[in-house]
Design a protein around this ligand. Structure first.
Ligand code: DC
Length: 240
């Protein structure tokens, strides 16, 4: 894939609801294809963490907009191929992985000024690097001209089980019912907001991960992306 570097940057958008496996799958795809992984959900989580720390009501648009003036959110690559989420230069990577922060992130993500600031940053990253960016609005709003758009989904039951296991592994005492409630809340909140809601982009390929293990989904997506990249690099006939 050495020609990739000589082209304008390549953008792969991976969207979908909470628990569909976006982060795990996107991270592995980015590692495999040598792209930069951009976790946009982590950015909304970092903003939510700061609002909570400052005791700001999550519906208080004016105060959150003011807070943004003095807020920096960054993703910093680490030597082991991972990344740190930096909030005002503090590493908050673990602190943002709780159920409370997930719910709060969904709430602050409805505020237009929050989205505008983070989307501007996300577009800047995609202009300089080949990216696999995951979120809710990447194919539909952030990178409408992305070269490849995937919408990952799964049944609510499967997504809740996955998220519950992840939280348990982190030592969280959250119950399965709480996880399911959060996912239901976020599905509704993320898809009903007025500005850049969660949606399937017109030209996205929908992949349902319900009946597959994450490993199987990763292999399937590697195949889909590999084919598309060959088409991009060498023309459609290369695959014929
Ligand atoms: O992907 P995640 O679970 O880390 O995202 C947390 C919340 O952030 C999600 O419920 C909605 C919001 N979000 C968003 O509105 N747009 C994105 N591109 C990514 C996340």
């Amino acid at each position: 894939m050495e020609n990739v570097e000589n082209m304008q940057t390549i953008k792969i958008a991976i969207d979908g609801p909470a628990g569909a496996g976006k982060t795990t799958i996107s991270k592995e795809l980015a590692r495999f294809f040598g792209f930069l992984y951009v976790d946009t959900g982590a950015m909304y989580r970092a903003v939510a963490l700061k609002a909570i720390r400052n005791h700001i009501n999550l519906n208080d648009e004016d105060t959150i907009t003011d807070m943004l003036e003095t807020t920096s959110v960054n993703l910093k690559s680490t030597a082991d191929g991972g990344y740190q989420v930096l909030l005002d230069d503090e590493d908050v990577s673990s602190l943002i992985r709780t159920l409370d922060i997930a719910t709060a992130a969904s709430q602050v993500a409805t505020i237009q000024s929050v989205r505008i600031k983070l989307v501007e940053f996300q577009r800047k990253i995609a202009a300089t690097d080949n990216v696999i960016m995951d979120g809710r609005d990447i194919g539909s709003y952030v990178l409408p001209h992305a070269n490849i758009k995937i919408f990952l989904t799964a049944t609510i039951e499967d997504r809740a089980v996955r998220r519950f296991k992840e939280l348990q592994e982190r030592g969280s005492a959250t119950t399965f019912e709480q996880v399911k409630r959060d996912i239901k809340f976020r599905d509704k909140n993320d898809s009903s907001r007025a500005f850049a809601p969660l949606m399937v982009a017109r030209d996205a390929m929908v992949v349902d991960t319900s009946d597959n293990s994450l490993d199987t989904s990763i292999e399937l997506l590697k195949e889909i992306i590999r084919e598309k990249l060959y088409e991009l690099l060498y023309g459609a006939e290369a695959n014929a």
